[in-house]
Design a protein around this ligand. Structure first.
Ligand code: PEP
Length: 250
């Protein structure tokens, strides 16, 4: 089955509302319908304005996180219902900066994924190993555990409607991307793990690579058969580089 490449910009905790709107305008103008399916994930306070800017442009709106809770007394949290109301199509769950920096567990990530799906949002579920785990030869085991947690929660058929992002933690924001062949080996392993439960889900699920993707290395990564696009941090803050990455998808 042909899987349409997807490139998602994770703007992290950067910019003001005005700067985010300007960046969104430049991204939409730079893409003009070309290349991969594209989405941008601005910080929460910028979602409404960026949503207005990208509406009707072909660039989809996503959020960087979602509450695991239903609406109610959860101070500071943002519900899946609120994100849906703002026009989000996508939501990132389980980013390593939340798993390692904020103590999110597989169980939390799974609860967030379930909440997102219940509200019609498509989750982008991040998995990936630390440098220590890779050097100890544990990368496959760690990523398999994270993927199993997603499958156990959502169920294998439901995973077909999600996107998995393989983001080796040692490659995020370091300028040191995984070699295309190494990333491909992990992506193939993730797809094989999903296929053990459902070959249809494994065929259709898009698996993105994230970790220091830029306009120079994107084409080599995206040429791999199991790499279906990218989750882009730093380079997504530059509309020209982000557009070039989107155009690098086959
Ligand atoms: C990310 O944070 O998801 C990411 C991939 O960041 P960077 O592209 O900057 O490595």
């Amino acid at each position: 089955m042909a899987r349409r490449p997807l490139v998602v910009g994770n703007w992290k905790m950067n910019g003001t509302v005005r700067e985010a709107a300007e960046l969104a305008r430049a991204v939409a103008a730079g893409l003009a319908g070309e290349g991969a399916e594209a989405a941008v994930c601005p910080p929460f306070p910028c979602l409404a304005e960026v949503g207005r800017v990208v509406d009707g442009t072909g660039v989809a709106l996503g959020a960087q996180d979602v509450s695991r809770h239903r609406p109610g007394s959860h101070t500071g949290e943002v519900s899946a219902e609120m994100l849906h109301d703002l026009g989000c199509r996508w939501v990132i769950v389980g980013h390593s900066e939340r798993r390692t920096g904020l103590g999110e567990t597989d169980e939390t990530v799974r609860a967030k994924l379930d909440r997102a799906r219940e509200c019609g949002l498509a989750p982008i579920a991040c998995v990936g190993e630390t440098l220590e785990q890779r050097e100890a030869g544990e990368a496959d085991r760690v990523v398999r555990r994270q993927v199993d947690a997603l499958l156990d929660g959502a169920g294998s058929e439901a995973v077909a409607g999600c996107v998995v992002a393989y983001e080796p933690i040692w490659a995020i924001g370091t300028g040191r991307n995984a070699a295309p062949e190494d990333a491909q080996a992990m992506h193939r392993g993730i797809r094989a793990r999903i296929a053990e439960r459902s070959s249809a889900a494994a065929d259709s699920v898009r698996i993105l690579y994230g970790g220091s993707v830029n306009d120079n290395n994107a084409a080599g990564l995206f040429a791999m058969p199991d790499i279906d696009g990218g989750l882009i941090g730093g380079a997504s803050l530059d509309s020209g580089r982000f557009a070039a990455i989107c155009r690098a998808a086959p």
